[in-house]
Design a protein around this ligand. Structure first.
Ligand SMILES: [Zn+2]
Length: 289
């Protein structure tokens, strides 16, 4: 599925191209100079809108330097240094004690020894067992407060679902935008008729400024609506995952980890924060584990 194909989501974007010169009637592909209008339900969606938004969110993260998560180790790209915000990577420590070779696999901030001779951050390294322990403790804490979570989230989900005010604002702005479009067009025609006229130039520039500021606000609104949809789906998926687990989690479950953990932030062995998909962080100690 291509990320640019809005038809998957059941929406169409109008104004994919626009007229650059009202007199010559030339057309140009709209690269963001004027707003593209999303039209919901213009055809039957292939993918549910909220799932589409999640995919967009994931693709955006990946473009911003995140790594693909599906085939890599369950912990890679998810353990973050609390001091420098760098990612933790897997390292193998080999030692030869009394002729016997042993190796240990640990997770450590990738930025720690980046500059030679300098330790960039003092966050500890963690073993697989410590990370698994942090997850089990944090997940069980969430399970213990499951009913409170579900109750707390009900109004939040309702708020995230209600985009009515934003949509009304967008409608009003689109109308204004169309009016301005006509005014700009008339102004250009007038300029063509009258030739050089500073007053007309000024009028033209003011109109363009208003046109641009409406475009900016329309972009903000569509970004906000999409962000709410992503947030809501993350919370709902997370609630469904914890609802499906009636019992205490006794052992590490990789599938559950992949589904529910956004990231783990490491400060100290006594302060490891497990951040779940819904954005909530649980502080866990992994000292001696
Ligand atoms: Zn670091």
């Amino acid at each position: 599925m291509t990320e640019a194909n809005e038809k998957y989501k059941g929406e169409a974007i109008l104004q994919k191209s626009y007229t650059t010169d009202y007199l010559q009637k030339t057309k140009k592909k709209n690269m963001g100079e004027i707003p593209k209008y999303h039209v919901r339900d213009s055809h039957a969606p292939i993918v549910r809108p909220e799932v589409f938004d999640l995919v967009q969110d994931e693709l955006r993260k990946r473009r911003n330097g995140g790594k693909t998560r599906t085939c890599s180790h369950a912990f890679s790209s998810r353990i973050v240094c609390g001091e420098c915000a760098g990612q933790f990577g897997q390292k193998t420590w080999r030692t030869a004690l009394g002729g016997e070779r042993t190796s240990r696999v640990i997770w450590q901030c990738n930025e720690k020894y980046r500059t030679k001779g300098n330790i960039n951050c003092r966050t500890p390294h963690l073993t697989d067992q410590q990370i698994e322990h942090a997850f089990i403790v944090a997940f069980n804490q969430v399970l213990g407060e499951k009913s409170r979570y579900i109750a707390d989230y009900a109004p939040i989900i309702a708020m995230l679902t209600d985009t009515g005010a934003l949509e009304i604002e967008a409608e009003t702005l689109k109308e204004k935008h169309e009016e301005l479009y006509t005014l700009v067009k008339n102004c250009i025609e007038e300029k063509a008729r009258q030739g050089c006229d500073p007053a007309l130039d000024e009028k033209h520039n003011k109109l363009i400024e208003r046109f641009e500021s409406i475009k900016t606000r329309l972009d903000e609104i569509s970004g906000e609506i999409e962000a709410r949809s992503v947030k809501r789906t993350k919370i709902q998926t997370f609630l469904a995952d914890i609802a499906a687990h009636g019992e205490i989690l006794a052992a590490f479950d990789e599938t559950l980890w992949r589904r529910t953990v956004e990231r783990v932030i490491v400060y100290r062995e006594s302060d490891v924060r497990v951040e779940f998909r819904d954005g909530r962080q649980i502080k866990v100690s992994v000292v001696g584990k």
